[in-house]
Design a protein around this ligand. Structure first.
Ligand code: ATP
Ligand code: MG
Length: 437
């Protein structure tokens, strides 16, 4: 027997029974993006390796060990995007979107990182990314928080997530702080683990981000970046928190929040949950003004975040009633030669009259009994039945599969009206469900 080829470790299929939860979240995301006037940008999945090295930073986890990098047939080094910020800014610079303009952008799609696969950590995973260009003030930073907060409300998970914020100051402020931090940790070398010893020389701020519980106390007593901020950074941070206060968004100041990527300055934030174990960060971002010049653009402003979709969906699955909508309204059963042709034509007319109907026509034959079983299993609200008698009389038998309503024989026009009313009610139910969340 030929052996079967399996998917790559850490890269997952999203099967049909899971896709309705994805659609549910994606639809709400689109609604929220529209509500705040954000435009979608679609970007390539592959970029030049240099782009990520220059933007993310050589001494980050991503560039050091997580990238899928390969030479294409011309010998150019290319990389599957590990995140979207770099590619989005590359596109914005390439197409002049930063020339005296303001942009609010979002993108959605798979990212690739060669990590050790575990719950909430995959090698291909989906991100929603937001990038806002050309705005200096803390108001846009706060808008990003509002927008995510609104999404949590719509999804019904507000109680399950907490906002953590911090300021990373400017590069200059960080340089001074970094020296103080290296000085401090150098006095406590015996308490650092192997990773942290390595980071002491390459990226000491990342030590603060350690997940090693044995290092908790040495990290807790380290100098705090907040004490090294200049007036401008302080004012920006205070402005940001004032907006959050006036909008009634709860947050915690986490002075250890440094983010894994090099390009952030001033505002950084994470939405975290304690319901998903170690992989608790759902959404993370911040301001990264300096990256624009780093990628060859003129000084400008940029702030954004990325949201991990698998972690978001895992959180939705912890809800008492995960919001899954039925995928079919009607299932058509056809038994007999004439019924097969008449039914198929009738189905097309129904789709003309009711453009939103989601209907499957039984294909491949089978007895009435076996087709009816399939109709029931399909999750549809109604079975539309054509036998020889119906085909002869030009009617369809409609049977509710989810209530005790009696079966009815209806003409095409009657059937359209009947289903229209039934679906209108069903849509109301859906809308209510939606608003409850
Ligand atoms: P972590 O500390 O969990 O490794 P990160 O700092 O590397 O996260 P970001 O680069 O900020 O993550 O990505 C933003 C979001 O994307 C994360 O908060 C998370 O929700 C999601 N994410 C990142 N890496 C993965 C992954 N390997 N699998 C699934 N989701 C991921
Ligand atoms: Mg990571």
């Amino acid at each position: 027997m030929v052996n079967k080829i399996q998917a790559i470790r850490g890269m997952h299929d999203i099967l049909p029974d899971q896709s309705s939860l994805w659609h549910y979240a994606e639809n709400l995301i689109r609604e929220v993006m529209a509500a705040y006037g954000y435009d979608e940008i679609r970007l390539p999945i592959v970029e030049k390796t240099e782009l990520f090295k220059r933007s993310i930073g050589e001494v980050t986890d991503i560039v050091e060990k997580e990238m899928y990098t390969f030479d294409d047939r011309n010998g150019d080094s290319l990389t599957l995007r590990p995140e979207g910020t770099a590619g989005c800014l590359r596109a914005a610079l390439e197409h002049g979107l930063l020339h005296n303009q303001i942009h609010r952008l979002w993108y959605y799609g798979p990212m690739f990182r060669h990590e050790r696969p575990q719950k909430g950590r995959y090698r291909q995973f989906y991100q929603l990314g937001i990038e806002a260009y050309g705005m200096a003030g803390p108001d846009i930073d706060a808008e990003l928080i509002m927008l995510t907060y609104r999404l949590w409300q719509k999804l019904g998970i507000t109680a399950k997530v907490q906002l953590e914020i911090n300021s990373l100051g400017t590069i200059d402020e960080r340089t001074v702080y970094r020296a103080a931090l290296v000085d401090y940790f150098s006095q406590h070398l015996d308490k650092l683990d192997e990773d942290s010893l390595r980071r002491l020389n390459t990226n000491p701020l990342r030590i603060l981000d350690t997940k090693n519980p044995e290092m908790r106390s040495v990290v807790a007593q380290a100098p705090e970046l907040m004490d090294y901020l200049g007036d401008d950074s302080k004012a920006h941070f205070n402005g940001f928190t004032s907006f959050l206060d006036s909008l009634d968004i709860p947050y915690v100041l986490n002075t250890r929040l440094v983010r894994g990527l090099d390009y952030y300055s001033k505002t950084v934030f994470e939405w975290v949950t304690d319901e998903l174990g170690a992989q608790g960060t759902i959404c993370a971002g911040g301001r990264y003004d300096s990256l624009i010049e780093q990628l060859g653009g003129k000084a400008n402003y940029a702030v954004g975040f990325a949201m991990g979709m698998e972690r978001l969906l895992a959180l939705l699955e912890t809800l008492p009633q995960p919001p899954v909508l039925p995928s079919l309204d009607a299932y058509m059963i056809r038994v007999g030669d004439k019924a097969e042709a008449v039914g198929m034509r009738f189905a097309e007319q129904l789709r003309n009259e009711l453009p939103l109907i989601r209907m499957q026509v039984n294909c491949g034959g089978g007895s009435f009994k076996s087709q009816f079983k399939k109709a029931d299993k399909s999750g549809a609200a109604f079975a539309l039945i054509f036998g020889d008698e119906e085909a002869e009389r030009g009617v369809v038998a409609i049977k509710s599969l989810r209530s005790d309503d009696e079966q009815k024989s209806l003409s095409l026009i009657e059937a359209v009206n009947y289903l229209q009313t039934a679906f209108k009610d069903a849509n109301d139910v859906k809308r209510v469900l939606h608003e409850l969340n």
